[in-house]
Design a protein around this ligand. Sequence first.
Ligand SMILES: [Zn+2]
Length: 261
Amino acid sequence: MEETRRSLRSRVREVVAETGSLVVPRRCPCGEEGSWLCARCAVALAAPARRVEAGCDALQLLSGARIREERHGATVLPAGVDHTPLLPVLALGEYGGALQELVLAWKNAGQLHLGGRIAEALAPAVTTLAASGGVRRPELVPVPSRRGARIRRGEDHVAELVRSLARTGCGRPLLLRAVPTTAQEGRGARQRRGRRIRVTGAAARRAGARAAPVVVVDDVVTTGATLRGMHEALTAQGMRVLGAVVVAASRLPGHDDLARW
Ligand SMILES: [Zn+2]
């Protein structure tokens, strides 16, 4: 009887907590009250996604080098090195201002409902990458979250973003067991530019066996080391990586980067 009363009391507390949360005033990450995302901040999600891989150092592959200027017909190639990005990466914008506030509120402040709005904004980018690979609905693979971050926040927000993206119909979730490896032995300069990730489990083997076309999903890209690690891990399993979509890029490609193309 005492047991029942206790569980009833805790259930009442739960209900009170749930109902209480319904009357919390809606507040945008910028602080404006009245909506979860004010009109001004919603603009940060309104721009079409743009290519950002040229601004990610870890994604550049050396594709050519010239000791001196070379002439090819009418074209003169200057001395130097050429880089080709490993994969296309699409982002909604630069990690700053309203977009940064929004990402931080979604990631760290428990405002998970923002994930739905972010997914709607990002879905066309998935469709663009899918179309370039001749695919209608690719499989969406979240980058692995660091274990510590997942425990601290209590949820995996990138995996949740993948589920929200799937609900828009642009792709199907492919949640794999991906383990960031921290082994340092024998790491050369090339490996240091990437983050080593191991993808394991039956789902990964099956996706590899049918050469599944996949799009990698992450929140913010900085150097691209994690995306590079995912590209290597998924390709090693046999999957076809069409590209990556991220919410924001810490650095947008500048004129110098574009000149490399
Ligand atoms: Zn706002």
